[in-house]
Design a binder for this molecule. Structure first.
Ligand code: TMP
Ligand code: ASP
Length: 250
């Protein structure tokens, strides 16, 4: 893989953020690492960076085309994106169409129950505190965002849900839930940032209800099963084999 030269601004669990020649643009380099349990479970999944960066670029561009402002500028082969530099709000915004994961853990609702209307939730990004849930007042007292911004973020999330659900459904996938992250660009405008892929969505195959996301890893699947899942999701969303070599898609 090419070795980008910009100074490293930050490094997270799945991406490295680098400076570019422009102060308002950064380069995101996706990594092959996969984590769960707030980083306690960790592995290297060869090919994941290429797969997840392509899927993210595709979905962010799809959102852009449908009127949701996102940070993407361009995808750079094999695993990078040039994006608008945002002032990220340290919050995970979750949207749920069907009960799963923490929702069934926290509430007396059976897994698989459709949620109508879709439920939007906010969590503070803080692995050490296991990402506590936030309400609108928390945004204000913690200095995270204004009431108006919270309303805007919720609106963007629901629009994102509509656009993603429709596109994925046409590809035989049910969007159970997903997580996005948002930030402020120039003039304080709110954009969808970060990444959207098998790490940050729950997806089921129409008909079989087969899991096609990071739950395979969270639930203890072998690394071969996990890679196969990511490869199959790539093939369903992009309609071709991922450029990672080998015969992993078997
Ligand atoms: P949850 O049910 O575990 O709260 O997850 C809801 C959605 O958010 C699911 O699609 C996975 C995604 N997610 C992340 O992207 N990062 C996280 O740290 C967590 C907890 C969930
Ligand atoms: N993103 C979190 C982690 O890496 C948890 C998760 O996605 O389940 O630890």
């Amino acid at each position: 893989m090419p070795n980008p030269s910009g100074k490293v601004l930050s490094e997270g669990k799945t991406k490295i953020v680098r400076e570019t020649e422009r102060s308002d643009v950064v380069l995101l380099e996706f990594k092959d690492s996969i984590t769960a349990l707030d980083g306690e479970k960790k592995d290297i999944l060869r090919g994941k960076a290429v797969i997840n960066s392509h899927i993210s670029a595709y979905l962010l561009e799809l959102l852009e085309k449908n009127g949701v402002p996102t940070h993407i500028i361009e995808f750079i082969e094999p695993n990078m994106m040039r994006v608008k530099k945002l002032n990220m709000i340290p919050v995970e915004v979750v949207c749920r169409n069907i009960a799963a994961g923490h929702f069934v853990k926290n509430f007396p609702v059976a897994e698989g129950t459709p949620l109508n209307p879709p439920v939007v939730e906010f969590y503070l990004k803080d692995d050490a505190r296991h990402d506590p849930m936030l309400n609108e007042d928390h945004f204000l007292v913690l200095g995270l965002a204004s009431r108006e911004e919270v309303k805007k973020i919720k609106g963007l999330t629901l629009k994102t849900n509509k656009v993603l659900s429709k596109d994925l459904k046409a590809k035989g996938l049910i969007l159970v839930d997903f997580k996005i992250e948002v930030g402020r660009g120039t003039g304080g405008k709110i954009y969808v940032g970060d990444e959207i892929n098998a790490d940050s969505m729950r997806l089921r195959e129409v008909g079989t209800n087969r899991i096609l996301d990071k739950d395979v890893y969270r639930k203890g699947g072998s690394m071969e099963e996990v890679l196969n899942t990511y490869v199959q999701l790539y093939e369903k969303i992009l309609g071709k084999k991922p450029p990672i070599g080998g015969t992993q898609s078997g």
